[in-house]
Design a protein around this ligand. Sequence first.
Ligand code: HEC
Ligand code: HEC
Length: 285
Amino acid sequence: MLEKKPVLFMLLATAAILVGTIITMAMPFLWVNTDADRIETVTPYTPIQQEGRDIYIREGCNNCHTQTVRPLVAEVLRYGDYSKSGEFVYDRPFLWGSRRTGPDLARLGGKYPDAWHYKHMESPRSMVPQTNMPDYPWLNDTALDPESIRNKMETLGFPYTEEQIKELNGKTEMDAMVAYLQKLGSDIPWRKVAETTIVGDLTNPFPGDASAIAAGKDVYSSNCAACHGDNLEGMIGPALTDMGMEDADLYQVIHSGIPDGGMPGFSNLGSTKLWQLVNFINAEK
Ligand code: HEC
Ligand code: HEC
């Protein structure tokens, strides 16, 4: 009987455990980060983006924000194309996270213009009144240290040019943070692919209706004023007066946004609120 032969038993048990270890632990090292996972358009971080990433870690942004879109319908609809393993090859360490007090940021790049990020980082409540995200105004106060960033790039083995190091002079931690946020998820041209056209009837259900216009004003204040100004006069986004847009075209723009133009889509508001907005904006012209 085997259990009466301790040495043989031990050797066989060790062999069995080793086989399990190799299959579950060693083999995956060969399977991940292979050429098959690589995505050609994914590039390493530039010096300023890499520094922004380190500040992101230092400030603990990852305690409230994840950076991975899971392949679930609800997530893809909310955030965009789900994450692929090849997108993380230059992330050291990765920042997938596990807590979403704030939204996922994996597909953030290009969603907003730079100017929105500067204001939102300084004072999130100036852009999103109900948010509990802390203010980070002091990121404006600390200048970047080009030499230490050069060391980081060398340690990580990422390519950089002297031009890029020189450009860091006079830049602040805030500039680095915004550069990093705009890089997130933008290596993949998913925004263009996801561009949607609404098919079906786009007839204004309440043309010129006074209560729809009043309701549209409220929807505008909470969703659009931060970028287009309290009175449609324009700010981060263009003025919305005198646009001369047909109701249906205006509906389409607000519904789907302008990919890579910094105008987010608002399909989540639902068609009633979107039509109220259209009536409000077109009544103001
Ligand atoms: C206490 C939790 C918390 C922390 C810490 C936090 N955030 Fe947020 N963040 C939020 C919440 C909630 C929102 C959603 C409302 C808003 O836009 O402010 C948000 C939104 C954002 C957005 C807009 C995302 C979008 O798609 O609209 C960005 C960008 C962002 N945070 C970046 C950061 C960065 C960078 C840091 C670290 C310097 C950080 N956050 C720290 C809670 C947090
Ligand atoms: C994060 C900032 C931001 C928010 C919030 C925002 N917009 Fe925009 N919007 C922009 C920017 C930037 C542009 C210009 C995009 C371009 O032309 O490439 C734009 C363009 C537009 C245009 C097209 C203007 C033209 O002359 O072609 C319309 C219409 C518009 N926005 C309506 C809205 C409405 C309605 C809301 C609220 C539901 C809204 N926007 C919220 C930033 C924003």
